[in-house]
Design a protein around this ligand. Structure first.
Ligand code: CLF
Ligand code: SF4
Length: 523
């Protein structure tokens, strides 16, 4: 890091792992009053893990349920341009339609335009179940536009869940308003609970008609964030905490953040990598503050296991994202295009589609349970090994994407007893205009370099050879099968090969998290 700020000691992976085990506690299940003990509530929780009223709220919210994110979509409307604080990783003046990260947006909307857009998307994408307001500034620094949008939408499409994201500064003053509008999901970005850490992230806040800088700004911000979180918990609103992992600034500290938000009832904690490039023009970008590697991110997340439940499937969306997490269809719904669409909001059609999705989801559950039962037999008495595997998927919980078409790989940690989603890696298409682009291969290998295998629907000979040379096994034998079943079946074979001495099991190295703009955006 070349930031002007004094560097804190960068904690080692081993030290973080040790802290993680200290934090571990017996699982107390998952509920609105603070998730507890799950490796990843967002990854694996189902109806048996939480009260029915909470399951109702999360079952088709793609951010609050990892499983749901394979099947359901969200959209954002960019009605909230202003912000009341400054974060060192944010520059909302930077605008690129090929860039996917928070704060980036192509068109700002009025509440009326926003509602028309939501109805247009809902009539074409029946699995779109959630409307979020996440900027490009702060949803609660623009309360009139935010709440007007929600109120208008509720009148016209009451089956769509309402969700907002805030830095928390204005939150305590607006909790009543949030409840009045039936907003069931609120995300608060909390990067610190210690103003000494905070003053390296926030140069100023604007509070009670004045600009406040330095440690005082972070002191006020943390007090307001934690108070707002507590108030929402008391009112039964589900909360998710987003934290940006900034190596050397708040990496170790996020364990304390996890503990603090769990105590105050956070449902999920989403630890995301800092996105920081010079061309973004942010303070961190310009001062050379780097983001974490894949294994650094995973180490902090793993160290928080046992605290507030973790979300690991966040895609750090644009403020106008549309579609499944991991895809972006916002370019299909510009204002000009919406004007020409015949918008028919058909609630019954949406219901029927979602019933079909639930059937598919049930089949996915059963396939996983069956594969786990078979694994358990193979696993008895054998050495316990754990590997990371990359999967190419375009949704529905299946291995159904060609290697060459993948814009991201989903990453699963696989052992004899589980196949757990632990993250994703963005990549540039290998296939450009129908041809394999060999220049892209090294960057793809770098992005999944910590994986033992990659499961795809199909793959050409050239990338197969290059992946194999890098020690990553390309596997296309499970095309169109459910992901977890495919992973567990492949892993049973891998264990057998290790047992027979055909394959030597080796630990893998680290991987790079994709930074900066990428083309043909994903969200
Ligand atoms: Fe949007 Fe956020 Fe609601 Fe989701 S996003 S306001 S909770 S509907 Fe989701 Fe996007 Fe990550 Fe946010 S993947 S950045 S966590
Ligand atoms: Fe940017 Fe959000 Fe921070 Fe405001 S709160 S400066 S919009 S990242």
């Amino acid at each position: 890091m070349t930031s002007a700020s004094p560097a804190t000691v960068h904690i080692s992976l081993a030290a973080l792992k040790a802290k993680g085990s200290a934090q571990s506690q017996p699982s107390a299940g998952c509920g609105s009053s603070g998730g507890a003990g799950k490796a990843s509530c967002g990854s694996s929780a189902g109806p048996g893990d939480m009260p029915p009223e909470i399951w109702e709220k999360v079952k088709n919210h793609p951010c609050y349920s990892e499983e749901a994110h394979h099947h359901y979509a969200r959209m954002h409307v960019a009605v909230a341009p202003a912000c009341n604080i400054q974060c060192n990783y944010c520059n909302r003046k930077y605008d690129c339609s090929n860039e996917s990260r928070p704060g980036v947006v192509s068109q700002k909307l009025t509440p009326e335009q926003a509602v028309r857009k939501v109805l247009a998307v809902a009539s074409e994408i029946p699995q779109m179940t959630v409307l979020g307001i996440a900027g490009p500034g702060d949803a609660l620094a623009n309360p009139a536009k935010t709440f007007k949008t929600f109120a208008m939408l509720q009148e016209q499409a009451h089956d769509i869940k309402l969700c907002l994201s805030t830095n928390g500064l204005a939150l305590p003053d607006l909790v009543d308003e949030i409840c009045r509008h039936n907003i069931d999901h609120v995300t608060i970005t909390i990067n610190m609970v210690d103003p000494v850490v905070g003053e390296r992230i926030y140069p100023w806040i604007f509070y009670q008609h004045r600009r406040i800088t330095g440690r005082e700004a972070s002191q006020i911000l943390t007090e307001r964030q934690l108070l707002g979180l507590q108030m929402l918990t008391r009112r039964g609103v589900l909360t998710k905490i987003n934290s940006v992992l900034i190596p050397g600034v708040n990496d170790e500290h996020l364990i304390e953040v996890n503990r603090a938000v769990k105590e105050r009832g956070a449902f999920l904690h989403n630890i995301m990598p800092l996105i920081s490039e010079r061309e973004h023009g942010t303070y961190f970008g310009l001062t050379g503050q780097r983001g974490p590697t894949a294994q650094e991110l995973k180490a902090v997340q793993d160290a928080c296991m046992g605290g507030a439940n973790l979300m690991r499937h966040c895609r750090q969306c644009r403020a106008d994202a549309v579609g499944l997490l991991g895809e972006d269809r916002s370019e299909e719904f510009t204002l000009e295009q919406i004007e020409q669409k015949n918008v028919v909001y058909d609630l019954e059609k949406r219901r029927q589609y979602q019933i079909a999705v639930e059937r598919l989801r049930q089949a996915q559950h059963e396939a996983k349970a069956q594969a786990l039962a078979e694994q358990a037999k193979v696993a008895e008495g054998e050495p316990q090994i754990k590997v990371l595997v990359a999967v190419a998927t375009k949704g529905s919980g299946k291995v159904n994407q060609h290697f060459g078409h993948a814009e991201e790989f989903q990453i699963f940690e696989v052992s004899a007893t589980q196949a757990m989603f632990v993250g994703h890696r963005r990549v540039d298409h290998y296939c450009q205009g129908g041809w394999g682009e060999d220049d892209q291969l090294p960057s793809i290998v770098k992005a999944i370099n910590d994986c033992h295998a990659v499961l795809v629907a199909k793959i050409g000979r050239c990338p197969q050879e290059e992946l194999a040379a890098a020690g990553i096994e390309p596997v296309d034998a499970y095309a169109h099968e459910f992901i977890e079943k495919a992973l567990l079946t492949w892993f049973a074979g891998y264990r057998e090969r290790v047992r027979q001495g055909v394959t030597v099991h080796r630990e893998r190295g680290d991987a790079a998290i994709r930074q900066g703009a990428y083309t043909h955006a994903a969200a």
